[in-house]
Design a protein around this ligand. Structure first.
Ligand code: F6P
Length: 360
């Protein structure tokens, strides 16, 4: 009987519990024991190692819950572990030992590109048998069309845009919505199209504030009393400055480019503009149907890989199938918004301003 660990690492998102449930349910077919490791690699650093034997009763009904029953943590890289005095310490050997102390035969790591890279490095250094599952609301993990959590975040952003549109129309205002996406604009362009935005700004494309304002004024001249702008958090100022702040724990966070864009719009057009930052609302709440589906499919496939002793692989969604790819390849092929892809074409076709697109 194999002992298989499972952990969720990095930011939480919709659909994580669907993966955990699927892994535990599939494990019954193989007679494997599944250990849920607490708080990503923190559980492996704790002594005794913090892990819980998961049975089907424990995971019953969890696929409809937001968050992750396993707990997770961001910014806890064991290779550069942040200590209370602000220093960074290499605790990788402790994490590696945690896996062996638990007597694991394999580990299923659910994470985004950053977490998967760290887990892959630990696996190579410590002789772990690792299977990866891609999750991130940013949807920027390479080699997979879908990562767990993106669809839920997208739905929440679209709902926010619907709500903002009513108030925009009532007050004849411009409404700016800042959405997440640490390095990529998938949520912004997806939500912008589905939510009927007139301007969409993504980090993959430079933009001109003059053109943003032209679009808004043009709409006004055409008799439209409102405009909707979506901006991804990773968009920089027009001159290329990142908008970030450092909190009291020394963590550098996004949040604020929306205010910059909103201020520039009201200053240049004279139109009242309001800004909302959607933030972590995108990660919470009930997981969408698609994130539950992808989560279930990935969980079953991940356990099947363990049963086949296929390690160093990540499950991925390609052309309506679950496939598996080398984790290193998924990390190397970071996925930005494809500038020649369907969504950019769609936005252009809708006459939405999405920045300075190089087109003949
Ligand atoms: O990567 C997922 C994500 O939600 C990003 O979109 C965002 O920039 C970041 O995590 C926020 O992380 P934290 O929850 O640590 O503030």
């Amino acid at each position: 009987q194999k002992r298989v660990g499972i952990l969720t690492s990095g930011g939480d998102c919709g659909g994580l519990n669907a993966v955990t449930r699927a892994v535990v349910r599939r494990a019954r077919d193989y007679g494997f024991a599944i250990y849920g490791i607490k708080d990503a690699t923190m559980g492996l650093l704790s002594r005794p190692v913090e892990a819980e034997l998961l049975d089907t009763k424990r995971v019953s009904s969890i696929l409809r819950y937001g968050g992750t029953i396993l707990g997770t943590i961001n910014k806890n890289n064991p290779f550069a572990f942040p200590m209370p005095d602000g220093s960074l310490v290499d605790r990788s050997e402790e994490a590696i030992e945690g896996y062996h102390r638990l007597g694991l035969d394999a580990l299923i790591g659910i994470g985004g590109d950053g977490s998967l890279a760290i887990l892959d490095k630990l696996a190579r250094q410590g002789n772990w048998n690792l299977v990866g599952v891609p999750k991130t609301i940013d949807n920027d993990v390479g080699t997979t069309e879908h990562s767990i959590g993106f669809h839920t975040a997208l739905s929440i952003a679209v709902e926010a845009l619907d709500r903002l549109t009513y108030t925009a129309i009532s007050h004849s205002r411009v409404m700016v919505l800042e959405v997440m996406g640490r390095d990529a604009g998938h949520i912004a362009i997806g939500a912008g199209i589905a939510g009927g935005a007139h301007v969409i700004l993504i980090p993959e494309l430079p933009y001109s504030l003059e053109k943003v304002c032209e679009k808004i004024l043009e709409r006004k001249e055409q008799g439209n009393n409102y405009s909707i702008v979506v901006v991804a958090e990773a968009v920089k100022t027009e001159s290329g400055e990142p908008v970030r702040y450092t909190n009291s724990l020394g963590q550098t966070l996004y949040g604020g480019i929306g205010h910059y864009i909103g201020n520039e719009i009201s200053k240049r057009t004279g139109i009242e503009t309001r800004v909302s930052i959607l933030g972590h609302l995108q990660r919470g709440g009930t997981p969408s149907a698609l994130d539950r589906l992808f989560g279930a499919a990935f969980g079953v496939a991940a356990l099947d890989l363990v049963a086949q002793n296929k390690f160093g692989r990540m499950v991925a969604w390609q052309n309506r199938r679950v496939v598996d790819v080398p984790i290193a390849e998924a990390i190397a092929q970071y996925r930005s918004v494809e500038l020649d892809g369907a969504l950019v074409e769609t936005a252009l076709g809708l006459n939405t301003y999405i920045g300075e697109v190089d087109r003949p």
